[in-house]
Write a protein that binds this ligand. Structure first.
Ligand code: F6P
Length: 550
C-alpha cells in the first residue's frame, strides 16, 4: 500500500473508538475498577518465563484491552513482527534487516539476510568470545610484559556502553570479583582519567566497542588510552595487540587504528547499536560473568522472543505493555514513563532503557515520510525505587502530571549478600508493594479526616490515587531474568513504533549535533572563523575562549 492510500493512524475507526472509550472512562477511578471486578488483582496478570507481569493497576477494562488489540490488528503490528523475525529489511530509512533476535537464536536456527543464513556466524563469534573470555579469566591471556590481565576497560558510547555497563551492574553477583571492570564513554577526559588512574597498565585490557568504529568520542578515548598505555609501559606499537581488542562491524577502521583484526569480535549491520549488548558488544560482560552465564542470559532473551513471536494477542506481554503505553501517551496525554527498579543492581537499567526507547521511538516523521499527527515515544526516566521515593515520588503521587510507571522487583535478594543484609530485603519489597498500592488507591479526604487531621490540612494530606503502574515480579535477578526483561522492553518498543508507523531502528536525530560539534571545534581551539555561525553561539564561543584565556 502506498503512503497516500494508507489511512493515517489517527483517522482509523480503531483510534476513534479508543478516543470515545477514553471519554467514557474519564470519571472512572482504579478504586471503581477493582470494586467492579473482583479477581482483577490476579486476573489481570501474565506469566512470561520467570516474569510475573501484573497490569491490574491500569486504567483499563476488558473493553479497553479489546479496543487496543484492535488498533494493533489494524496497524498490522504482528505482521511487522513476523517480518522482523524473518529478516526483512524493516529499517526502511537505512534499508537494513533488524535481527537482534538472531543474536540469541539456537545454533540450528536458520535466519536469512540476503539469502545467507546468519546464525552460524553468530555462533562462531560467540564461540570466539567464549574462548577469549576464558583465556582472560584463567590468566592464560597476558599483557605485553607477561602479567595476567586484572582490569578490563570497555571504551564505547551509547549502545556500545550502556548495555554492557548496565548488565555488568545487574549481574555483579555473578562476576569474577578478582577482576576490575570500568566503562568509559564520555569524551570528557575526566572519564578515562578516573577509570585508569589507579590501574596498572601491565594488567589492563582495553575493549574498544564501536559498531562503526568512527564515533568520535570512542575513537578519541581509545587513542588516549593507547597513548596512556604505551607511555606507561614505555613500549612501542607492538604492545597494542596484547592490550587492545575491538568489537565492531568495521574491519578496515579497526585495522587502521592498529588493532590486530584477529582480536576483533565482529557483528553486523542488522544489529542496531541499542540492540547490541547480546552481540560481541557484550564481551566485557562475558569476561565478567563467564560464557555459561552469558549463554543463560541469551536463553532468557530467546524465551521472550519466542513468547512475543507465538503468544496470542490476549496474553502477549510485549504487545500488552506497548499498548498500555499507547493508551496513556495518545489518549491521556502522558508525556513520560517511569521505570523504577527495586534492585540496587538495576541502577543503570533505566539509563539503558532511555536509549532503547527514546532513540528508537523519538521520531516525528512516519515510515512514509509524513509528519506524525500523534505523540510518539515518551520521556523514559527513573532510578532505583527507594531512592526515588525520597526525591521525585512526591510529584508522581500529588503532582499534576500523569506518569505511568513500571515497578520491577524480586522475591529473593541476590545470592551473595551477607545474611544480615538479606533481612533488609523484606523492607525493600514492602516499599515496592506499598508504592503501587498508594499510587493506585490513594487516600480519600474522608480517610484523612478520620485520622483527626485538621480540616485545613486535609487537601494536603489527600492522595487522589488513580496513578497507573505495571508490576513486574520475578524470583531472582539471574542472567536469564535479565535477558527476559531486556527482550520484553525491546519488543514493547517495537510494538509502539509499529503502531505509530515510525522507523524504530534508525537514529538520524543524533547526526546534526555531531556535524556541528566537528565544525565548531576549530573555533574553540584555534579561534577559527566558523562561517554561518548564529549570533548566540558565536557569543558563547567567544566567552568560552575568554574564560580559557585564549
Ligand atoms: O547515538 C548515536 C549512536 O549511533 C548510537 O545509536 C550508537 O549506539 C552509538 O552512537 C555508538 O555508535 P558506535 O557503536 O558506532 O560507536
Amino acid at each position: 500500500m502506498n503512503a497516500e492510500s494508507r489511512t493515517r493512524l489517527n483517522q482509523t475507526p480503531e483510534w476513534t473508538a479508543l478516543a470515545k472509550h477514553r471519554e467514557e472512562l474519564a470519571d472512572t477511578h482504579l478504586r471503581d475498577l477493582f470494586a467492579a471486578g473482583p479477581g482483577r488483582g490476579s486476573g489481570y496478570t501474565l506469566q512470561v518465563g520467570d516474569l510475573h507481569v501484573d497490569y491490574s493497576k491500569h486504567l483499563v477494562t476488558d473493553e479497553t484491552l479489546r479496543l487496543l488489540r484492535e488498533l494493533a490488528a489494524a496497524t498490522d503490528v504482528l505482521g511487522l513482527r513476523d517480518a522482523m523475525f524473518r529478516g526483512d529489511k524493516i529499517n526502511v530509512t537505512e534499508d537494513r534487516a533488524v535481527l537482534h533476535t538472531a543474536l540469541r537464536a539456537p545454533r540450528d536456527a536458520v535466519i536469512e539476510v540476503d539469502g545467507e543464513n546468519v546464525v552460524p556466524a553468530v555462533h562462531a563469534v560467540l564461540d570466539k568470545m567464549a574462548d577469549f573470555a576464558n583465556r582472560v579469566r584463567s590468566g592464560e591471556w597476558t599483557g605485553h610484559t607477561g602479567k595476567r590481565i586484572k582490569n578490563i576497560v570497555n571504551i564505547g558510547i551509547g549502545g556500545s556502553d550502556l548495555g554492557p555497563a548496565m548488565a555488568y551492574e545487574a549481574l555483579r553477583s555473578y562476576t569474577d570479583r578478582d577482576l576490575t571492570f570500568r566503562f568509559v564513554s564520555n569524551v570528557d577526559g575526566a572519564d578515562l582519567h578516573e577509570a585508569v588512574r589507579d590501574l596498572d597498565p601491565e594488567e589492563t585490557l582495553f575493549i574498544i566497542a564501536s559498531k562503526t568504529f568512527t564515533t568520535i568520542e570512542t575513537i578519541t578515548n581509545a587513542t588516549s588510552a593507547r597513548n596512556w598505555l604505551l607511555s606507561e609501559l614505555r613500549a612501542g606499537q607492538e604492545a597494542v595487540a596484547k592490550h587492545f581488542v575491538a568489537l565492531s562491524t568495521n574491519t578496515e577502521k579497526v585495522s587502521d587504528f592498529g588493532i590486530d583484526t584477529a582480536n576483533m569480535f565482529e557483528f553486523w549491520d542488522w544489529v542496531g547499536g541499542r540492540y547490541s549488548y547480546d552481540s560481541a558488544i557484550g564481551l566485557s560482560l562475558m569476561i565478567a560473568i563467564g560464557p555459561d552465564h552469558f549463554r543463560e542470559m541469551l536463553n532468557g532473551f530467546l524465551l521472550v522472543d519466542e513468547h512475543f513471536r507465538t503468544a496470542p494477542a490476549e496474553s502477549n506481554a510485549p504487545l500488552l505493555l506497548g499498548l498500555l503505553g499507547i493508551w496513556y501517551g495518545n489518549f491521556f496525554g502522558a508525556q513520560s514513563h517511569a521505570v523504577l527498579p527495586y534492585s540496587h543492581y538495576l541502577s543503570k537499567f533505566t539509563a539503558y532503557l532511555q536509549q532503547l526507547d527514546m532513540e528508537s521511538n523519538g521520531k516525528s516523521v512516519d515510515r512514509d515520510g509524513r509528519e506524525t499527527e500523534w505523540q510518539t515515544g515518551p520521556v523514559v526516566w527513573g532510578t532505583p525505587g527507594t531512592n526515588g521515593q525520597h526525591a521525585y515520588y512526591q510529584l508522581i503521587h500529588q503532582g499534576t502530571k500523569l506518569i505511568p510507571a513500571d515497578f520491577i522487583g524480586f522475591a529473593e535478594p541476590v545470592a551473595d549478600l551477607q545474611p544480615g543484609l538479606v533481612d533488609q530485603h523484606d523492607l525493600l519489597m514492602a516499599n515496592f508493594f506499598a508504592q503501587t498500592q498508594a499510587l493506585a488507591f490513594g487516600k480519600t479526604p474522608e480517610a484523612v479526616r478520620a485520622e483527626g487531621v485538621p480540616e485545613e490540612l486535609v487537601p494536603h494530606k489527600t492522595f487522589k490515587g488513580n496513578h497507573p503502574t505495571t508490576t513486574i515480579l520475578a524470583r531472582e535477578l539471574t542472567p536469564s531474568v535479565l535477558g527476559q526483561l531486556i527482550a520484553l522492553y525491546e519488543h514493547k518498543v517495537f510494538v509502539q513504533g509499529a503502531i505509530w508507523n515510525i522507523d524504530s531502528f534508525d537514529q538520524w536525530g543524533v547526526e546534526l549535533g555531531k556535524v556541528l560539534a566537528k565544525r565548531l571545534e576549530p573555533a574553540l581551539t584555534d579561534g577559527e572563523d566558523v562561517s554561518g555561525l548564529d549570533e548566540s553561539t558565536m557569543a558563547l564561543v567567544a566567552k568560552y575562549r575568554e574564560l580559557r584565556g585564549r
